[in-house]
Design a binder for this molecule. Structure first.
Ligand code: DLZ
Ligand code: SF4
Length: 520
């Protein structure tokens, strides 16, 4: 009888994982390890470490209850070597399996490590496809082959056709593929938002929290209150709550931002999808059912399904299709170090301070906060892509490199030169003012375009266009702003350049702690 060691990584917490297929309960052993290599490769937010380690411990417990054998290495176990390679070698020495079975990992870094195992390990390694996505890697490659730029919209339509989600025969439900135009309402001032499900930490989670408090006190973010689900049962409850309470309004207010409200009508299920507690298939099926039952309108359900069936699958496809070259580009030649306020939140720009405060409190901020506030600032200020990417990977609870890198490198920073986005998501303060209530409490004036009280987003927006004129002015989607710029007098341009540079040189500071974070 063959004896297999079955590897389950911290973002593979799915009972249906391919590495567990055909498992023989009598002989096979499931291997899971908490290792410093993973907890420290970027300075993860404390809640992110708690979520992963607690969800891993709960998953192992569930497998044991099923009568399966689990070899589980805890972070503080005596002799923990701190790496997957080291712990796997120890487990092989102990259990003497005939082979190791794994599912391909989500990140290039770990895939490289696994490639080495084929020669390093004393037993054969079988790496299986990760089939927890709608679109396999070969299927994406087939779509991408021969294209110079990749537009999500076309990929998404193929996925809709292939899955039949929101389709009526071969036509999209409602006659349109995409209802994004209907998803940009601002939140009325007196609008009351639903309260969200939070989960009280149980004994296992509290034990992990104590460990994180002790060993990761220097990492970014508040440890408490911790309200995330760490089991599939609770993640399903969170999903059900979103579908019944929030989905109907999700479409309308998808792009809105409000002081002190990180969640609004967002699903906040990305951490569960990305570590494996929920599958994208069940999530999309439930949303589609809510539409057919008349519970949620089409602009909400289509908008939500597009994020999961379209965007999420598309960025994963691009990541694997283009790594490792993808992360090496810096199309806008951005080299400014990450300002210290990304970690401290200490800035007079209220919008940025608010988003960083939400991020510190919940390890979460929603898409528009990440893209149009911190991301927009990073783009306009010409911050170094590597440093910005490391920040996003560290501070967000749902961030794994396959999803974080294309979003940051391509969508936020345009560092891939337009492979993913057709134009940079650059915006002045007017956009933030329209979509949020941040500006009314800000030291800067969103209406001022220059001078000491001018909103830095206004100054930096025009400065960005001036700096990148050679690279961007031929982009047809940038013709409007460049036409406006061409009408600007030389003196006005010189004034903007002078004031923007003064702000970048003195208005944002890089303190030693920020520098340390960069050097990690
Ligand atoms: C993110 C993370 C953390 C913080 N810790 C662990 C861990 O101790 N053990 C583990 O198996 N996985 C962890 N993870 C998730 C991994 O980083 C993730 O599985 C890989 O990046 C996938 O390539
Ligand atoms: Fe942000 Fe400018 Fe508005 Fe202040 S005025 S909150 S810096 S957009």
């Amino acid at each position: 009888m063959m004896k297999s060691l079955r590897l389950v990584l911290g973002d593979q917490l799915s009972r249906g994982l391919s590495a567990l297929d055909g498992l023989d309960p009598a002989h096979d052993i499931i291997f899971m390890a908490e290792v410093e290599q993973e907890t420290r490769y970027v300075p993860h937010h404390k809640q992110k470490i708690v979520l992963i380690l607690s969800a891993m411990r709960h998953f192992a417990e569930m497998l044991r209850q099923e009568g399966l054998q689990v070899h589980y290495v805890r972070l503080d176990d005596l002799g923990n070597s701190g790496s997957f390679t080291g712990e796997l070698a120890r487990a092989i020495a102990l259990h003497q399996p005939d082979r190791v079975i794994a599912t391909e990992p989500g990140e290039w870094r770990v895939a490289e490590m696994m490639r080495q195992w084929s020669t390093q390990l004393p037993v054969p390694l079988e790496v299986r496809d990760d089939d927890r996505f709608f679109c396999s890697r070969p299927r994406f490659a087939q779509w991408a082959e021969g294209r110079k730029s990749y537009r999500m919209e076309f990929f998404y339509r193929e996925m809709r056709r292939e899955t039949g989600l929101l389709m009526k025969a071969d036509q999209p439900e409602g006659g349109e593929w995409n209802y994004d135009k209907e998803n940009r309402k601002t939140l009325p001032a007196q609008h009351s938002l639903p309260s969200r499900l939070r989960f009280e930490p149980d004994e296992i989670t509290r034990e992990v929290m104590t460990l994180v408090q002790r060993q990761y006190a220097d990492h970014f973010g508040d440890l408490e209150p911790f309200g995330w689900a760490v089991t599939r049962t609770d993640a399903l409850e969170a999903l059900g709550h979103f579908i019944s309470v929030c989905l109907p309004d999700y479409g309308d207010y998808q792009d809105a931002m409000k002081t002190g409200e990180a969640f609004l009508y967002h699903s906040i299920i990305s951490p569960y999808l990305n570590c494996g507690l929920l599958t994208p298939h069940e999530v999309c099926d439930l949303a589609e059912r809510a539409y057919h039952a008349g519970h949620a309108p089409l602009n909400a359900v289509e908008g939500f399904i597009r994020q999961i069936l379209g965007w999420r699958e598309y960025v994963r496809g691009l990541y694997w299709h283009h790594m490792p070259a993808y992360e090496a580009t810096n199309a806008l030649e951005a080299h400014r170090p990450l300002p210290d306020f990304f970690w401290t939140g200490k800035t007079q720009m209220t919008c940025v301070a608010q988003v960083i405060s939400d991020t510190r409190q919940y390890a979460y901020a929603h898409h528009i906060q990440r893209l149009m506030v911190t991301g927009n600032f990073a783009l306009l200020a010409g911050l170094e892509p590597r440093a910005v990417e490391e920040w996003y990977l560290a501070v967000y609870i749902d961030a794994f490199e396959w999803v974080e890198l294309p979003n940051t490198h391509g969508m936020v920073l345009f560092a891939d030169g337009g492979m993913l986005a057709s134009k940079p998501y650059a915006a002045s303060g007017a956009y933030i003012n329209r979509m949020s209530d941040y500006c009314s409490g800000c030291a800067y004036d969103v209406k001022e375009k220059s001078g000491p009280s001018a909103c830095p987003f206004n100054l930096l927006y025009w400065h960005f266009l001036i700096e990148n004129q050679q690279r961007l002015s031929t982009n047809p989607r940038m013709s409007m702003p460049y036409r406006t710029l061409s009408k600007m007098s030389d003196e006005r341009r010189a004034q903007i350049t002078r004031e923007a540079n003064a702000f970048l040189d003195t208005g944002i500071s890089v303190q030693p702690s920020g520098q340390m974070a960069l050097d990690l």
